[in-house]
Design a protein around this ligand. Structure first.
Ligand SMILES: [Zn+2]
Length: 422
């Protein structure tokens, strides 16, 4: 399809903004922007400048979330946001695109002199990646009113706690509670984000409606056998923990493949075998296991299946398997009504609106505890993210802003219609 000149212009404006933001790094050779660092301060100031330029007034809350307010006099607000912190050696689109898209959408609405029944707040959160502290989603949690104060004691690698860092950033932990939005005053939350996966590219589509953010179960699996001489213990008499672990790993992979229609993925990302010598049968193996799925029930059933498989392998090979869970998050569904409105907005641009789950976590999953939530995914090259090679094209970014503007207009028309009826 031919891309209208104004969409192309918005896309190149987005690229220029992201390039400027991407240059704000604590390291000259790679992009590193940690929560509550001086680079965070610098990026926040630049974003505040753009927000004002787009016609917003700007405030900042106790956790450093920059808030651009358009039409602050309106009683209810639509929230648009994403994060401006990065992983170590990051790309420049993961997070900042959602903030820039929000600012450009407001700029567009202001230029059209749009009269909406709600105001808009664009939110730039500072802690989504969890690269500095063990906590993640601190900024969005505070906005949603679900911030966990226990995380204030978490130290970074230099022993600076989150509470210390908040103070050093010029904020007060006493103000965190005041950062929470009143749910009655919020229309919804919408986040534009690069897909971070290869699905849209494979389908040849620039944009997709997110159905939900998958839940995760992470655990450590311990396999106990018996170490022995690799030369003298016959095969039939071995209790090889690593061979048993390998058999289970293939079943883990197979289980995820059988459930992939609901976005199930399973990964063993780390393994240690002891004693770890060429000429010794491994007596003990520990490995990480992570399951993600958009169905909590199917994810839990898959884990039970794996435990039963482990039991069976244990009997056969005379091994003991133990499962130690350490992280569990439930699936967060995107609000069906907002999904439909987003699909309508994409279709209005002449594009096919495909739907897909998010395999990665996002601020939106926390904001969903506050209000109706939607996400718009933007195609990224090769599905690559958390990597300097990450890339979203100017055209796709321009289309994402156009879809966001259309979404806001559709939501506004609906909202105004409902008010007219009551
Ligand atoms: Zn992100």
């Amino acid at each position: 399809m031919a891309i209208p000149a104004e969409i192309a212009a918005i896309g190149s404006r987005a690229e220029a903004m992201l390039a400027e933001l991407g240059a704000i790094s604590s390291e000259p050779q790679r992009l590193v922007r940690l929560y509550l660092s001086s680079e965070h301060r610098c990026a926040a100031d630049l974003i505040a400048f753009w927000m004002r330029e787009a016609g917003m007034t700007v405030t900042e809350d106790a956790l450093g979330t920059v808030r651009g307010h358009w039409r602050p006099d309106r009683e209810t607000r639509l929230l648009i946001g994403s994060h401006i912190d990065t992983v170590i050696d990051a790309g420049k689109y993961d997070g900042p695109l959602g903030v820039v898209a929000g600012i450009l959408a407001v700029r567009e609405l202001a230029a059209r002199n749009a009269d909406l029944p709600f105001g808009i707040d664009v939110l730039a959160f500072g802690d989504e990646e969890g690269s500095r502290f063990r906590t993640t989603l601190a900024g969005s949690s505070a906005c949603a009113g679900v911030f966990d104060r226990a995380s204030l004691a978490f130290p970074d690698r230099n022993g600076v706690t989150l509470a210390d860092a908040i103070k050093a950033y010029g904020k007060s932990v006493d103000d965190i509670a005041a950062a929470a939005y009143d749910p009655a005053a919020v229309v919804g939350y919408v986040e534009v984000h690069i897909e971070q996966g290869p699905v849209l590219e494979a389908e040849g589509l620039p944009l997709g409606v997110v159905t939900g953010i998958v839940g995760q179960s992470r655990m450590r699996v311990i396999v106990l056998g018996e170490a022995g001489h690799a030369g003298t213990v016959p095969m039939r008499m071995r209790q090889d923990a690593l061979a048993g672990a390998a058999e289970l790993m293939l079943l883990i992979e197979q289980t995820a493949v059988e459930n992939q229609d609901d976005g199930m993925v399973a990964t063993v990302g780390r393994i240690e075998a002891s004693p770890g010598a060429t000429n010794v049968i491994p007596g003990r193996v520990g490995f990480s296991l992570e399951f993600r799925s958009s169905s909590d029930a199917r994810r839990k059933a898959a884990i039970e299946q794996i435990k039963a498989d482990a039991q069976r392998i244990g009997v056969k090979r005379r091994l003991e398997f133990a499962f130690e869970p350490f992280h569990e998050t439930s699936t967060t569904a995107c609000t069906p009504l907002l999904q439909n409105l987003m699909a309508e907005a994409i279709a209005a641009l002449g594009l096919e609106a495909t739907r897909l789950p998010s395999g990665a976590g996002h601020d939106a999953q926390v904001m969903a505890s506050l209000c109706p939530m939607a996400m718009l995914f933007v195609r990224c090259r090769g599905g690559v993210s958390h990597n300097p090679a990450e890339l979203a094209s100017e055209t796709d970014m321009g289309l994402s802003v156009a879809a966001l503007v259309r979404f806001i207009e559709i939501l506004a028309a609906r909202d105004a219609g409902q008010r007219g009826r009551t």
